[in-house]
Design a protein around this ligand. Structure first.
Ligand SMILES: Nc1ncnc2c1ncn2[C@@H]1O[C@H](COP(=O)(O)OP(=O)(O)O)[C@@H](O)[C@H]1O
Ligand SMILES: [Mg+2]
Length: 366
C-alpha cells in the first residue's frame, strides 16, 4: 500500500498542506525544527490515531487553533481508501471512505506504517517498556483482535490495580470481586500472550534471514519471550496464587504488561553481551523484518517512515536498509542533507524541501 495524497490543516507547525507523494522513496529535506518529524508524525497518527512522540494529543493542534485535521488517500491492491482524522479538544473522530467510525479500533489498520527513528536503535538496549510498546503497536496494526484484547486488558488491569489498592488500605474487603477481575484479566492476558508468541515466532523467521545477511552469515539471531509466570503456572493460576503479595504492593505483578522479549545472537543475550554494532544490526533486522511480517499478515507492504536514521547507520547498514526497501515499500525519509551512500543508492527519489511548515518539491527524477 502507499499514501499518494496527504492534506493537513492546523497540524503542529503546518497551517495548510496538500501534497502528492511518490509510491517509491520520498525524501524530506530540511534544517532542524522545520517540521520534518511533524510530517512523519502526521502520517503515523493518520495510521494509528496515536503518536510515537507524545501521549498529549492536544500537542498535535497548531498553537491557537481549535482542531487539527489529517486527510490521506491510501492506494491498496483493492483500490483507494480515503482516510480522515480530526483531533479537537473534545477528542478524535475518524472516517474511512467519508464514513465516521464508531470505534477507533475499527479504523486502525487501514493504513499500515512502520516507523524507524534513532530511538528504535534502543529496541535492543532499552528497557522492557520500549519492547512492549513496539510489540503492541506493530501487532495491533496487524490484528484487530490483538488491538481489542490489549485495550480490554488495559481497562481490567486499571480496575484490578485500583481494587488492590482499596484492599490494601482496607477501603474494600470483598475478595470475590478481586477473583472476578483476576479471571477477566487472565482471559485477555492469555490471549495476548498467545498472539505475541505466534507473531514473534513469525517475526523471528523473517529477522533471521535479514540478520544472517547483514552479519555476513556469521551470526544467528533468535528471540525468547520472557514472562513472569513461574513454575509452569497459567496466568489465571498465577493471578490467584499471589494475592496477599499483590495487595501488599497494591498492584498486579504478573501478566503481559510485565513481559519482555529477549534477542539472542549465537545464543547470547545481545542486550548484555552484544557490541554496539551487534545491537544495531539486531535492531535493524527486527525493524526490517516487520515489513515482511506485515506483508505476510495483511497482503500489503506497509509504509515505512525513517526519521533521521540514515545518519545513525554506517555505510554497510545503510546499504542493507536501502536495498531491503527499494522497489517494494513506499518510504518517507527525513534528513538534513542527502549525501553518501544514500545519494547513490536511492533510485528516483521525490525530494521535498521543508521550511517552517511549508513544503516544496525540488526534484522528481521519476
Ligand atoms: N502544536 C504546535 N503548533 C505549532 N508549532 C509546533 C507545534 N508543535 C511543535 N511545533 C513546532 O514544530 C517545530 C519542530 O518540528 P519538527 O518536525 O520536530 O522538526 P524537525 O524538522 O527537526 O524534525 C518546532 O519549531 C516547534 O516549535
Ligand atoms: Mg526531527
Amino acid at each position: 500500500m502507499y499514501l499518494d495524497h496527504l492534506q493537513l490543516t492546523n497540524y503542529r507547525n503546518y497551517a495548510q498542506l496538500a501534497v502528492d507523494f511518490s509510491p517509491g522513496v520520498n525524501v524530506l529535506l530540511g534544517e532542524n525544527a522545520q517540521g520534518k518529524t511533524n510530517l512523519l508524525e502526521a502520517i503515523y497518527v493518520l495510521a494509528l490515531t496515536k503518536s510515537h512522540r507524545t501521549h498529549n494529543e492536544k500537542d498535535f493542534i497548531k498553537w491557537q487553533a481549535d482542531f487539527a485535521k489529517i486527510t490521506g488517500r491510501v492506494q491498496k491492491s483493492s483500490g483507494k481508501v480515503p482516510l480522515e482524522l480530526v483531533i479537537s479538544k473534545k477528542g478524535k473522530k475518524a472516517k474511512i471512505n467519508h464514513l465516521e467510525q464508531a470505534k477507533l479500533s475499527q479504523y486502525i489498520g487501514q493504513l499500515n506504517v512502520i516507523l524507524f527513528a534513532p530511538e528504535d536503535l534502543s529496541l535492543v538496549k532499552g528497557s522492557p517498556v520500549v519492547r512492549r510498546r513496539f510489540i503492541d503497536m506493530e501487532f495491533g496494526q496487524m490484528s484487530p483482535k490483538y488491538l481489542y484484547n490489549s485495550s480490554q486488558y488495559k481497562q481490567v488491569l486499571r480496575q484490578r490495580n485500583q481494587y488492590l489498592k482499596q484492599l490494601k488500605y482496607k477501603q474494600a474487603t470483598d475478595q470475590v470481586f478481586l477473583e472476578v477481575l483476576s479471571d477477566q484479566l487472565a482471559t485477555f492476558g492469555s490471549a495476548i500472550i498467545q498472539q505475541r508468541l505466534d507473531f514473534l515466532t513469525k517475526l523471528e523467521g523473517w529477522a533471521q534471514v535479514l540478520h544472517h545477511d547483514i552479519s555476513k552469515g556469521r551470526e544467528k539471531l533468535t528471540f525468547s519471550y520472557v514472562s513472569q509466570l513461574k513454575g509452569g503456572l497459567t496466568l489465571q493460576q498465577a493471578l490467584h496464587a499471589d494475592v496477599a503479595h499483590e495487595i501488599e504492593q497494591g498492584t498486579t505483578l504478573v501478566g503481559p504488561h510485565r513481559d519482555d522479549v529477549r534477542f539472542l545472537v549465537n545464543g547470547k543475550n545481545v542486550q548484555t553481551f552484544g557490541s554496539q554494532g551487534q545491537q544495531r544490526t539486531t535492531a535493524l533486522a527486527v525493524k526490517l523484518a516487520e515489513i515482511d511480517l506485515m506483508k505476510e499478515q495483511t497482503g500489503e507492504y506497509p509504509v515505512l517512515l525513517l526519521d533521521d536514521v540514515l545518519s545513525e547507520l554506517d555505510d554497510m547498514r545503510q546499504t542493507h536498509l536501502l536495498k531491503a526497501i527499494q522497489h517494494k515499500v513506499q518510504t518517507f525519509l527525513t534528513t538534513t542533507s542527502l549525501s553518501g551512500v544514500a545519494q547513490t543508492l536511492i533510485e528516483a527519489p521525490r525530494i521535498f524541501q521543508i521550511n517552517q511548515g511549508q513544503l516544496q518539491q525540488t526534484t522528481d527524477k521519476a
